[in-house]
Design a protein around this ligand. Structure first.
Ligand code: CUA
Length: 352
């Protein structure tokens, strides 16, 4: 998919305005075509509130279109009156008629329209805020600078912890219990539902009810420091059975990756003290400062949405995480030789 800057380059932008009617025509067509292209590409994708994949997002999309439609009608009426005022033959004002226009158009009509739109918006609020049915799955998500701690609560036993990725079964409502470990963050997966703040010392709740499978991008939506932009995650909505298998696999401790290099990587992981910050269940790494790495190799992305999960991505991240996430708390391991970095990357990628 072309990047936005590339898309802009491809647009037939007007560079000949004022050189004649034909050029102006080209310019206008370029503007209209470019605008339509931007609009069309902006409506789709894995992070679009206008391409809903959840019940709450569907309601919010309807609200948007109704508001946009209402605003368009009002705009057309105002522009129409403006044009009429310019083109009409000037004549003396009749005080009574003028008053009618001012009171009617300036007070009564806007009040009526805003009341109708407000009622329409408020009417859907109880549905958007309603908790899911009793017994629905609960997932704790905590925002931290600049990643996401995710814990699947279990009826029996300890929660299953992972990071920077949430998987959900399609067609089932889940309740997210949201909090923060440091500053205010905001949880937002535009394709699935509304946006809600994550506040230190307080729990906020959000219900997501995905209606189709797919990979959807979430993004922190409250400025929270240098790497706010790089605080993303993915929500992977999957068929129920597949989800059950995935969660069962996540519950298991890590299987130690086999092979000479992976074993060397595991030794480096221990020797360099990585376990002081990270947990790898099934080993003596039990740190809780950073993301749980038990199954890091099976995740969709690395560094909370900043890198892929190829070996090179692991190496680059280990070598200098601050290049991808300014002010990140993880130190750079650039003192390791290329061979050591590769071995560590092979070990981490092998944690499936
Ligand atoms: Cu967390 Cu912005």
């Amino acid at each position: 998919m072309p990047t936005l800057s590339r898309r802009l380059e491809l647009l037939p932008l007007p560079n000949a305005v004022g050189k004649g009617a034909e050029d102006r025509g080209v310019a206008w067509r370029g503007l209209v075509g470019g605008g339509a292209l931007l609009l069309a590409t902006g409506c789709q994708g894995s992070q679009s509130a206008l391409d809903p994949a959840g019940t709450a997002a569907e309601e919010i999309a309807v609200l948007f279109w109704v508001m946009a439609g209402g605003a368009t009608i009002i705009w057309l009426v105002v522009i129409g009156l403006f044009a009429y005022a310019i083109w009409v033959e000037p004549r003396p004002h009749e005080p009574r008629r003028s008053r009618l226009w001012i009171i009617g158009g300036g007070a009564i009509v806007p009040t009526l329209i805003l009341t109708v739109l407000l009622a329409f918006g408020l009417e859907m609020l109880p549905r958007l805020l309603a908790p899911p049915p009793q017994g629905s799955r609960q997932i704790e998500v905590a925002g931290a600078q600049w990643w996401w701690r995710v814990r699947y609560l279990q009826d029996d036993g300890d929660p299953i912890e992972l990071a920077n990725e949430i998987r959900l079964p399609v067609g089932q409502p889940v309740q997210l219990l949201l909090e923060s470990e440091d500053v205010i963050h905001a949880f937002w997966v535009p394709s699935l539902g509304g946006k809600i703040d994550m506040i230190p010392g307080r729990q906020t709740r959000l219900t997501l009810h995905p209606t189709r499978t797919g990979v959807f991008r979430g993004q922190c939506a409250e400025y929270c420091g240098a790497s706010h932009t790089w605080m993303a995650f993915h929500v992977i909505v999957m068929p129920e059975q597949e989800f059950g298998q995935w969660l069962a696999a996540q519950q298991h401790p890590a299987e130690t990756p086999r092979g000479e290099e992976a074993e060397r990587g595991a030794a480096i992981f221990r020797a360099r003290g990585c376990g002081a910050c990270h947990t790898v269940r099934g080993t003596d790494a039990r740190g809780v400062v950073g993301p749980d790495l038990t199954h890091v190799g099976s995740r969709h992305q690395l560094g909370a949405g900043t890198l892929g999960t190829e070996l090179e991505d692991f190496e680059q991240w280990l070598q200098g995480p601050e290049h991808f996430k300014p002010e990140v708390r993880m130190p750079a391991f650039d003192m390791l030789s290329p061979e050591e970095l590769r071995a560590l990357a092979i070990y981490l990628q092998g944690l499936q």
